[in-house]
Design a protein around this ligand. Structure first.
Ligand code: NAD
Ligand code: APR
Length: 230
């Protein structure tokens, strides 16, 4: 039984024009994480946080999937039910590229969350302070994005997939944020072959059995071709 579990990070969307976080000039060089990616930051200045995510939501809506997103969708089509994509990204480029069943462990820019009743709905293009929840009416809407210090989504499901993995590929992530950075060890313990596909070595590169460095639009299609030839 083959089960390919793929973790992606901001690097897979870089060539679609979406900024990464920790590269030169990345998002965390422009904004402080404390101000726009923590619950405390949202409580302190919700307008700043909405502005940050409104800008990213508009960029994500315009962005087009690249050859790496499309190659992963092809792998899913060729091996139905055996390829699971877990992404730290909050854009919808995997889905735009044809992927299905994507697990967004850090949430999605296109969704809104009610901090009061837990309701989720499709976010408006522009969210404002005091945005009301359509279910409970509270002025408690926030971006449905997992912030630092919050628990990522669907972790039980993710760990089940990792325990069954025969191949684990990590694409476009710096390996600096947990628990995602530890997925490679979970998969390796389950006996999976592990491969890192990245522009440069990540912080956890030594945990991988195989590495392929280069731009995602080059190394990911080549890796998928090799997988399909196996
Ligand atoms: P972490 O301790 O793994 O942080 C990794 C890096 O993020 C740190 O090296 C630092 O550069 C930065 N960072 C983390 N918290 C920060 C903070 N409060 N202020 C400034 N910089 C900070 O991250 P964590 O806080 O342990 O993350 C815990 C949870 O938050 C995890 O479940 C993770 O999935 C989630 N998370 C969400 C996001 C997001 O923006 N969607 C980002 C990272 C983590
Ligand atoms: N092709 C392949 N890899 C690339 C490319 C590219 N064209 N461009 C950049 N990369 C790599 C970088 O070398 C880096 O290792 O992508 C990685 C991006 O790392 P980060 O900017 O740290 O993004 P990510 O790993 O996704 O961050 C994890 O931290 O702040 C949070 O919520 C945020 O989900 C994010 C999490």
């Amino acid at each position: 039984m083959t089960k390919i579990v793929i973790l992606t990070g901001a690097g897979i969307s870089a060539e679609s024009g979406m900024g990464t976080f920790r590269d030169e000039g990345g998002l965390w060089a422009q904004m402080r994480i404390e101000d726009v990616a923590t619950p405390e930051g949202f409580a302190r200045d919700p307008a700043l946080v909405h502005d940050f995510y409104n800008k990213r939501r508009a960029a994500a809506a315009r962005a087009l999937p690249n050859a790496a997103h499309e190659a992963l969708a092809r792998l899913q089509r060729e091996w139905p039910g055996e390829v699971v994509i877990v992404t730290q990204n909050v854009d919808a480029l995997h889905e735009k590229g044809g992927a299905t069943g994507v697990i967004h462990m850090h949430g999605e820019l296109a969704r809104a969350l009610c901090a009061l009743c837990g309701n989720r709905w499709d976010a408006p293009e522009v969210m404002v302070v005091g945005e009301r929840c359509p279910q409970c009416g509270g002025p408690t809407a926030r971006p449905d994005v997992v912030w630092f210090g919050e628990m990522p989504y669907r972790m039980d499901e993710i760990y089940t997939h990792l325990a069954e993995a025969t191949v684990f590929a990590s694409i476009g992530t710096s390996g600096q944020v947990y628990p995602a950075a530890a997925f490679v060890m979970e998969a390796a313990e389950a006996g999976a072959h592990t491969v890192e596909l990245n522009l440069e070595p990540s912080a956890v590169v030594s945990d991988f059995a195989e590495t392929r460095f280069g731009k995602a639009t080059e190394v990911v299609p080549a890796w998928v071709e090799d997988m399909l030839r196996r």
